[in-house]
Design a protein around this ligand. Structure first.
Ligand SMILES: C[S@@+](CC[C@H](N)C(=O)[O-])C[C@H]1O[C@@H](n2cnc3c(N)ncnc32)[C@H](O)[C@@H]1O
Length: 289
């Protein structure tokens, strides 16, 4: 099982290494939307008197870099060197190179690779869907170990109950779009397309979108697509990056968080403290040590 875990996280690492230079076409940074999120995050962190922050999957640094500019002491960890390279580049561009510490660490290695105690730990962008559910409590225990007493973990979660249509009364669009269609190659499951953004970069038009498919018992496939159109030469170039997303169900996550030493959990829909809405695709969990 540990061998499988290593194999899986190596695949995740290799995929993000390749995706790294396209990542901000999916999650624009710098951007006004990111600025608004940081503003809300800043007021949440200030209300808990946070000074020292660890981001366990910092990616290209779209959260820790603006937080460093606001004066927080930040450490960013990530398994992908490709993503960390982009984070180093952004830290230079934002003038905070010396104030952002970046560490290559897989979540099971966090206590060996990261020093000190933190007031807050961030896990944004639905990190736990990258690992099989039976490994979640181990990872959360590592996170708990790095927090000071009274410190908290801010975790984002995709609302799988809703996406999979398990809520009964109001189901999400994906259920109705997940049709099996006859085709010359037999019956196929149609992927669910989620269009994202279009950019013009130099002499290229770039379109990004996600597809979600192969919904199984415990996971589904999540594919990042980049479609480049060369304005000079003409012609499309398509790249795709395939990841498995394990479902993170609410009850199981709550059990894992409690089993990992947290004493209080708060579930919110947005950092602006709007009342919790079970019919929103993404949500945040605040777990206090
Ligand atoms: C969807 S991205 C989110 C990045 C960032 N938090 C954001 O919101 O932009 C997921 C990140 O998690 C990292 N990651 C995935 N599995 C990991 C693991 N087992 N240990 C450490 N990092 C991991 C990936 O390398 C990637 O940078």
């Amino acid at each position: 099982m540990i061998g499988d875990y290593k194999q899986l996280t190596r695949h995740v690492e290799a995929t993000y290494d390749e995706l790294a230079s396209y990542y901000t076409f999916f999650y624009p940074f710098p951007s006004e939307e990111n600025d608004r999120f940081i503003e809300a995050l800043d007021s949440l962190l200030s209300s808990y008197n946070v000074e020292r922050i660890l981001d366990i999957n910092c990616g290209v640094g779209r959260h820790i870099i603006p937080l460093a500019r606001l004066g927080y002491e930040v450490v960013g960890a990530d398994v992908s060197e490709g993503m960390l390279r982009q984070a180093r580049r952004f830290a230079r561009e934002f003038g905070v190179e010396g104030r952002v510490k970046l560490v290559k660490a897989e979540w099971k290695e966090l206590p060996e690779k990261v020093e000190g105690e933190f007031d807050a730990i961030l896990g944004l962008g639905n990190p736990l869907e990258h690992i099989p559910p039976e490994h979640r409590a181990d990872v959360l225990r590592n996170v708990n170990e790095l927090l000071r007493r009274g410190g908290f973990l801010l975790l984002s979660r995709r609302n799988w109950e809703w996406e999979l249509g398990l809520k009964g009364d109001r189901t999400l669009y994906v259920r109705s779009l997940r049709r099996r269609m006859p085709s010359p190659w037999g019956e196929r499951e149609l992927p669910f397309f989620s269009p994202l953004y279009g950019f013009s970069v130099d002499d290229k038009e770039i379109i990004t979108f996600f597809t979600y498919h192969n919904y199984g018992e415990t996971s589904r496939e999540h594919v990042y697509h980049v479609l480049e159109y060369d304005l000079g030469k003409g012609g499309f170039n398509h790249k795709s990056f395939r990841l498995k997303a394990f479902y993170v169900f609410k009850k199981a996550l709550r059990d894992d968080i409690i089993a990992s030493g947290f004493k209080e959990i708060r579930l919110i829909t947005s950092l602006k403290r709007v009342e919790y809405d079970p019919y929103t695709l993404n949500e945040f969990w605040i777990s206090v040590k």
